[in-house]
Design a protein around this ligand. Structure first.
Ligand code: PLP
Length: 387
């Protein structure tokens, strides 16, 4: 007997990546040497010091029970001291920090905690699809804000109709930005905070890539005076420490928003395994030994790939942060045509920009999650294609 999934799934746009996934599998099956620049998952393993901390913690029976509420105080204290060191921001570890099962979970639960049916959420496009999906699942109505190169990949808050702004509950932001690789400026965050205060809107700033920056340092929105009145920021150990599979991060900022998210979470999950929280504490303690070398590696990859593509006549603005490159397609081609040709003729997997929302048309996204020599090889293969 077929059981239909709930109608809310009908609200989600079609899965645009399915076709490319099919072609990727076919190319691999045919024995081609496929270079996969499609996934945003680090190719380096979790550093040993973190794995060993997990092993030790796993052997301690004190970690074997439910990790309820806002988690391990040792982890929250470490997050607070990291935040002070890194951003100069003081956080109350009990009221302003909440460990999460990665940022994806927190994004979805945040919408359920704060968005009522019919309420508007302001969603930047192109974007990580969860902002849109979480809004729909909560019964909200996404109102899109284009991220365009001519606006430096910032939403034009002045262009939002004041009547829509007055009805909006949430402004989703994501800097360092996926897929455009743009970092936030202080001036933009100041503007966003002033806008949120004017219209009584919550800012949900997704900072999953905040430790992936190459030239200028990425900032936290909580560095902006008054941001704590309106903002919740989500951080993640996933990309920073090559820990995507571990599912750990944290929400921080406004105490009421932290508490509301926690209330939702306590109804749907039972916390993060304490052993993982202890290992993540060790990760933060070893930040200086782990993170700068990783970011140096991504920077070298970025430079090899972007300089290589620009040298053969493509048009790539190197990302300021994240491990994504946001590449303009050749004149006359669409995003889908470009990814298809790259896959079929050069055996390189990329993602069509319009998969992240309509303003992504005209771009493709390629990730820096393969070794430098594979990126150099990708450039050589692309050079042979005629457009
Ligand atoms: C912009 C952005 N936010 C959040 C996430 C989710 O990361 P995690 O749930 O692993 O912290 C991703 C993952 O790719 C992402 O690209």
């Amino acid at each position: 007997m077929p059981f239909a999934v709930a109608d809310r799934f009908k609200l989600l746009p079609p899965y645009l990546f399915a076709e490319i996934d099919k072609k990727k599998k076919a190319a691999m099956k045919a024995g081609h040497d496929v270079i996969n620049l499609g996934i945003g998952d680090p190719d380096t393993p979790t550093p040993r010091v973190i794995v060993e901390a997990l092993q030790k913690a796993a052997a301690d029976p004190a970690t074997h029970s439910y990790a309820l509420d806002n988690g391990d105080p040792g982890f929250r204290n470490e997050i607070a001291s990291f935040f002070k060191r890194r951003f100069g921001v003081t956080l109350d570890p009990d009221k302003e920090i909440y460990p999460t099962i990665g940022s994806k979970e927190a994004l979805a639960n945040f919408a359920f905690a704060f968005v009522n049916p019919g309420e508007i959420t302001l969603v930047p496009e192109p974007c990580y699809p969860v902002y849109r999906g979480a809004t729909y699942f909560a019964g909200g109505v996404p109102l899109y804000m284009d991220l365009r190169e001519e606006n430096d990949f910032f939403p034009d808050l002045d262009a939002i109709d004041p009547r829509d702004a007055a009805r909006a509950k949430v402004l989703w932001l994501n800097y360092p930005n996926s897929p455009t690789g743009k970092l936030a400026t202080k001036a933009f965050f100041e503007k966003a905070v002033a806008f949120a205060k004017k219209y009584n809107i919550i800012i949900l700033q997704d900072a999953a890539y905040t430790e992936m920056y190459f030239d200028a340092k990425a900032i936290s929105i909580l560095e902006i005076p008054g941001a704590k009145d309106v903002a919740l920021e989500l951080h993640s150990c996933s990309k920073t420490f090559s820990m995507t599979g571990w599912r750990v991060g944290w929400a921080c900022g406004n105490a009421d928003l932290v508490q509301g998210l926690g209330r939702m979470k306590s109804n749907v999950d039972s916390g993060i395994w304490t052993a993982i929280q202890r290992a993540s504490t060790v990760a933060l303690q070893n930040y200086d030994a782990i993170v700068p070398p990783l970011m140096k590696m991504y920077k070298q990859r970025r430079d090899t790939f972007c300089n290589g593509l620009n040298a053969i006549g493509w048009n790539v603005r190197p990302p300021e942060g994240t491990f994504y490159t946001w590449i303009k397609v050749p004149k006359g081609a669409t995003s889908a045509e470009t990814t298809t040709r790259l896959l079929e003729e050069a055996h390189i997997v990329t993602t069509p920009g319009n998969g992240f929302g309509a303003p992504g048309e005209g771009y493709i996204r390629a990730t820096l999650t393969v070794p430098e020599e594979r990126l150099a090889e990708a450039v050589q293969r692309i050079k042979k294609l005629k457009w």
